[in-house]
Ligand binder design. Structure first.
Ligand code: PLP
Length: 438
């Protein structure tokens, strides 16, 4: 197996294209917790692909389900027509969701899930005669994908600055990054619930009658793993409920076991109005995303249109694609049959202890964790933010370990099948690399 010679035409997403093409990295196959390069090197996957391959790679039950579905029914139009697996999957997802959630609307990615959720929020208020509620509130440092909706409510400046004004009428509450209140915290910070009161500031500024929804990631992962302070999500729920504002949890990463429960909403004991999901629903094998919606929101929207009319003018050619549904049903089976959410809970203390054993290693400014998620925040090099993180990523890769860096923060999120000895290996490599880095 060889790498292609001509790398010129593929404009790679979120990639330093020119640097990659000087020093390309290819994967050719994968199995379990390992990728294999075209040269035959086995690279341990410390990130579950992009936070999505939760049960490891090429799980035979998922592969077989996709193959069988492709041979049976490759595609069915989802507008005014359907196929059975879409209903079966929806019923299973609704059963896994918090009480009161009964509906699933499908897209093909987290970005589409987010844009769908934002549109549902706008539609819900409008059909109830509260059409003035058009303002969408995100959070600084949030990541909600790359659609115009998700980019607008997102709070990572580098993802926004090239794209002009984005959606009108969007605002952001402040982020929860607060190293001054404590570093090296295992799990949820004890302080900081009052950061949620920043929403009250926006209510005072804009008036609740203009605000449709607030969207947050329960754990802000892409910005460097910010675990919510104890009581913070409860406070957001309290304020949104008080003012009739919908609360959307973007669970594209946190759903399906990453925090040892079907949804972070369950683990944190806070129920939003809409939950977005993607990634782990199909174990990353076939693109799929969606929004799980509370029954009364669905009822409000569909009952506003006379029977026979299309109630919600939204959807994708590939909504509930048969291959994605088959992959998702098989993935849910694997989670269940192999008890993988419980496994995450069982591994969590070990994971935390090993991660925090890196305290005191050179350049380590902070360590954060929750579920099977970890972050190593590195001190930035003078005048070169991000350089140390990229160096760390590169050195780990040379040692056959895949990690992910956002600037100088390293994110770790191995597949749930990771063994304690493999966790040891991840942290050993990290510690060696830290020791040799300038
Ligand atoms: N929302 C969150 C919380 C995410 O972490 C991501 C991707 O990492 C997205 C949305 C976007 O998902 P996608 O890349 O599938 O569009």
């Amino acid at each position: 197996m060889t790498s292609p010679n001509d790398l010129s035409s593929f404009w790679m997403p979120f990639t330093a294209n020119r640097a990659f093409k000087e020093n390309p990295k290819f994967f050719a196959s994968a199995d379990g917790i390992y990728y294999r390069t075209p040269e035959g090197r086995e690279v341990m996957d410390g990130t579950s692909g992009l936070w999505c391959c939760n049960v490891g790679h090429n799980n035979p039950r998922i592969v077989a389900a996709i193959q069988a579905q492709a041979a049976r029914l490759d595609y069915a139009p989802p507008f005014q027509l359907a196929h059975e697996a879409a209903f079966e999957l929806s019923a299973r997802l609704a059963a896994m969701a918090p009480e009161g959630f009964s509906q699933v609307f499908y897209g093909n990615s987290g970005s589409e899930a987010v844009d769908t959720a934002l549109k549902i929020a706008l539609g819900y208020h409008r059909v109830r005669g509260e059409g003035s509620r058009t303002r969408l509130i995100g959070r600084e440092r949030g990541y909600h994908g790359v659609g115009f909706g998700g980019t607008s409510v997102g709070g990572i400046v580098g993802n926004r600055r090239m794209f002009g004004h984005l959606l009108a009428g969007v605002d952001h509450i402040r982020h929860t990054y607060q190293p001054e209140l404590g570093r090296f915290i295992d799990g949820m910070p004890a302080q900081g619930a009052e950061l949620a009161d920043d929403l009250q500031r926006l209510v005072n500024l804009h008036d609740a009658s203009t605000i449709a929804a607030v969207i947050v990631e329960p754990i802000a992962c892409s910005t460097g793993v910010l675990v919510p302070p104890v009581g913070y999500l409860e406070r957001l729920r309290e304020i949104t409920s008080r003012y009739g504002i919908l609360l959307i949890f973007d669970e594209v990463i946190t759903a399906f076991g990453r925090v040892g429960a079907p949804f972070a909403a369950e683990r944190f004991g806070v129920t939003p109005d809409i939950i977005t999901f993607a990634k782990g629903v199909t174990n990353g094998s076939v693109p799929m995303g969606g929004a799980l919606v509370r029954s009364d929101i669905y009822e409000a929207i569909v009952s506003a249109t006379p029977k026979g009319g299309i109630e919600f003018a939204h959807g994708y050619t590939y909504s509930a694609h048969p291959l994605a549904c088959a992959a998702a049903l098989a993935t849910l089976d694997v989670y269940e049959e192999d008890g993988l959410f419980d496994r995450v809970r069982a591994l969590e203390p070990y994971w935390a202890a090993k991660l925090h054993s890196l305290k005191g290693c050179p350049h380590v400014a902070d360590l954060r964790n929750f579920g099977l998620i970890g972050a190593i925040e590195l001190e930035s090099r003078d005048g070169a933010p991000g350089a140390r993180g990229t160096d760390f990523f590169q050195r780990c890769f040379e040692r056959d370990l895949l990690v992910r860096n956002t600037g100088d923060i390293i994110a770790l999120s191995p597949p749930f099948i990771v063994e304690p000895a493999q966790i040891d290996h991840i942290m050993d490599v990290a510690s060696q690399v830290l020791g040799e880095m300038a």
